[in-house]
Design a protein around this ligand. Structure first.
Ligand SMILES: NC(=O)C1=CN([C@@H]2O[C@H](COP(=O)(O)OP(=O)(O)OC[C@H]3O[C@@H](n4cnc5c(N)ncnc54)[C@H](O)[C@@H]3O)[C@@H](O)[C@H]2O)C=CC1
Ligand SMILES: O=C(O)CCC(=O)C(=O)O
Length: 631
């Protein structure tokens, strides 16, 4: 077999095209037939049994043709339909077919009548197509096939290949048992199980390599020209029960997705993250510098939430890992919960309901108030705080706010110039600051002391922001008449762990398991938003909305290769990149640079034809953190 040349044997049904052609032919030929549904199902079943090697091929063909009741004219419609259903990775790799036309062979147990018109559009030579041929009666009805052709028999592909007596290496790409048989007969160097359209368990185990797309096959054989990196090689790990829409989107993109329902602790994550390219988490999983040390392939982290205090953003930057979150998707849910809790606390609703469940009827107005005309102090007037301000005002609350940054007052909200000022005027105080480390215990005994007597207190931001012992003492003393706490310094990793807190059993205290953003709407919004940001980053290099990378919105790549260079922010790196490009006579089509304190992010679009040595030279520039090429 050896002369250095490579021959490619490619199956047609469910490999070259996404479908089984006879199944599609049945849909056409049985149009209007009284047994259409039933027959189509039978045909599909026979196909599957045959593909798994459990039914004699000739029998399978005979049975299907009898059920098909097809005519020559149906073949025209079939070809039109199949043209639209060529496998996606085949469509984008037309160049491969063109370049290797002499050495590409379609060997199929299907029929030349429809195979040739489809594959010819991909530069496959008609004389390189080996398949059966239909036989028609005078009226054009399909009545049989050429029975002398070995391809209507079991092991027919093997026999055909023997006849071909190909010189050089032979690679077989197919989804079925008959493709695998070629390898078993010793006529192929390797069998690649093609799973872009169907996965047949019994074939997967036997394959030399499972290839979820033609890109993967070309990549491992160093022949990829259509895309820089096969998407199935991008391993995604999604933790903490992210919404199924995210899983669906990332699988649809072609990524290899693993899902885990709970959070992982540092040791577990260090182990799990080794080969992960994209990590998806919510608020629990801590992405520490130590975790990042173990992350050999990580390119992006998606926080399926707003807060990113659980991620060491600086360590991510230093490692060239871009972090994305969903800054708006669950804000409304948090606001609605805060409003509900304010009313519930002002009416002592939870305690009253608990008493009722214990059989105690306590009808009284004591300690119960309307919220109308009361003052609400919002600490942290960001996306949540500002939205709460508008809703609260529409319910008749007088809104005060305090923020460390200059913020525009919405509606009639009144700005406070200090936290003390806000605390001294508010009947209800609610925290909506972010979880930056400086906010640890920002609310403690001193702040509770300044608050009005019998005020209400809410924290739906982060647990470490409040000194829990001080909160407990102030609830017990009656200074705080009610509290709603959704976030805690220590939260259970999963629903199976016990919640332990000093706040348990305190009066008029609503404790909720960090569910501010846990609504179907919010989770679905997040699951639409974050994967798209990550996919955009992987596909184009765009970093818009990244929480740690310099934000760059890039044009789509057309007729160029994109070089993405992430480096430590040092003087002169851009000059060095451009010197390397000039030394290799590279024509720059576009260049974009943005830096922050830690990294520089340079994108250079160049003409497609270039000396590949330049890639090595760019990678070797001192202070390079990460480098990748996109096309
Ligand atoms: N309970 C839950 O399920 C959820 C909790 N959150 C938490 O809520 C936080 C706020 O969310 P967004 O409003 O979207 O964030 P944001 O970033 O838009 O707003 C936070 C605001 O707090 C201000 N701030 C920070 N520290 C402050 C301080 N010490 N004093 C006064 N102002 C301060 C900031 O300047 C900013 O304006 C998130 O960072 C997250 O930790 C967010 C969503 C759901
Ligand atoms: O729902 C979650 O897992 C976290 C919500 C949250 O705290 C956030 O969005 O920052």
């Amino acid at each position: 077999m050896r002369n250095g040349k490579k021959n490619f044997i490619i199956d047609f049904d469910s490999t070259f095209t996404q479908v089984e052609a006879l199944d599609v032919l049945a849909e056409i030929s049985l149009e209007g037939h009284p047994e259409r549904k039933d027959r189509i199902k039978k045909i599909k079943d026979i196909t599957d049994v045959g593909m798994n090697g459990e039914l004699n091929l000739r029998e399978s063909l005979d049975q299907r043709l009898a059920l098909l009741d097809a005519h020559k004219k149906d073949l025209e419609s079939l070809v039109e339909r199949l043209k639209k259903q060529v496998s996606k990775s085949f469509k984008r790799n037309k160049e491969f077919f063109n370049e290797h036309a002499d050495r590409i062979f379609i060997i199929s147990n299907g029929f030349k009548d429809f195979i040739v018109p489809i594959v010819s559009e991909y530069h496959v030579k008609p004389e390189n197509v080996f398949a059966n041929s239909f036989e028609f009666d005078e009226s054009g009805k399909i009545v049989g096939y050429d029975r002398d052709n070995a391809l209507s028999l079991n092991n027919g592909k093997v026999e055909q290949l023997r006849k071909l007596n190909l010189q050089g290496d032979v690679y077989v790409i197919g989804d079925g048992y008959t493709d695998y048989e070629i390898k078993v007969a010793g006529l192929a160097n390797k069998f690649y199980a093609f799973t872009e359209n169907v996965e047949r368990e019994n074939i997967l185990e036997k394959a030399d390599h499972v290839t979820p797309s033609l890109d993967e096959f070309l990549y491992i054989n160093k022949m990829n020209t259509a895309i820089s990196y096969p998407k199935n090689r991008i391993n995604v790990l999604l933790l903490e029960n992210v919404h199924p829409r995210a899983i669906e989107q990332m699988k649809h993109e072609g990524y290899n997705v693993e899902v885990y329902p709970a959070g992982l602790d540092e040791d577990e994550l260090c182990e799990k993250i080794k080969n992960v390219s994209v990590l998806g988490i919510r608020s629990k999983t801590q992405v520490t510098a130590r975790v990042l040390e173990s992350a050999n392939r990580l390119i992006a982290v998606g926080a399926f939430c707003i807060g990113t205090n659980q991620i060491d953003l600086e360590a991510c930057l230093k490692k060239g890992v871009a972090v994305f979150n969903a800054p708006f998707s669950n804000t409304r849910s948090v606001v609605e919960l805060a409003i509900a809790e304010i009313i519930a606390l002002m009416r002592k609703l939870f305690d009253r309901s608990t008493f009722m469940h214990q059989g105690k009827w306590d009808k009284s107005a004591k300690g119960s108030f309307e919220i109308r005309g009361k003052s609400l102090g919002i600490i942290g007037y960001g996306n949540i705080g500002a939205q709460l301000s508008v809703l609260a005002e529409s319910l008749g609350l007088i809104v005060y706010y305090y923020d460390v940054e200059e913020k525009l007052a919405l509606g009639n909200a009144r700005k406070c110039h200090s936290l003390q000022e806000l605390l001294s005027v508010s009947d209800i105080v609610t925290l909506h600051v972010d979880g930056r480390p400086e906010n640890k215990n920002m609310f403690g005994e001193e702040q509770f002391n300044i608050m009005r007597d019998k005020a209400i207190f809410l924290n739906l931001s982060r647990g470490h922001v409040v000194d829990i012992a001080a909160l407990k003492a102030n609830i017990e003393s009656g200074k705080i008449a009610g509290a709603a706490i959704d976030v805690f310094p220590q939260e259970p990793k999963s629903n199976n762990e016990e919640f332990i807190s000093e706040l348990r059993t305190l009066p008029n205290t609503i404790l909720s398991p960090h569910i501010g953003g846990s609504t179907i709407e919010a989770q679905e919004n997040i699951a639409n938003f974050v994967p798209n940001k990550i996919m955009d980053y992987i596909n184009t290099g765009s970093t818009s909305n990244s929480v740690n990378f310099p934000n760059l919105q890039l044009p789509t790549l057309e007729n160029a290769h994109r070089l993405i260079h992430i480096h430590e922010n040092m003087p002169g790196i851009l000059a060095r990149i451009n010197k390397v490009l000039a030394d290799h006579d590279i024509n720059i089509v576009g260049q974009y640079l943005k830096t922050n304190e830690v990294i520089g992010y340079v994108i250079t679009d160049i003409d497609k034809e270039y000396d590949k040595e330049v890639i090595k030279a760019l990678r070797n520039i001192e202070h390079t953190i990460k480098f990748r090429v996109l096309y």
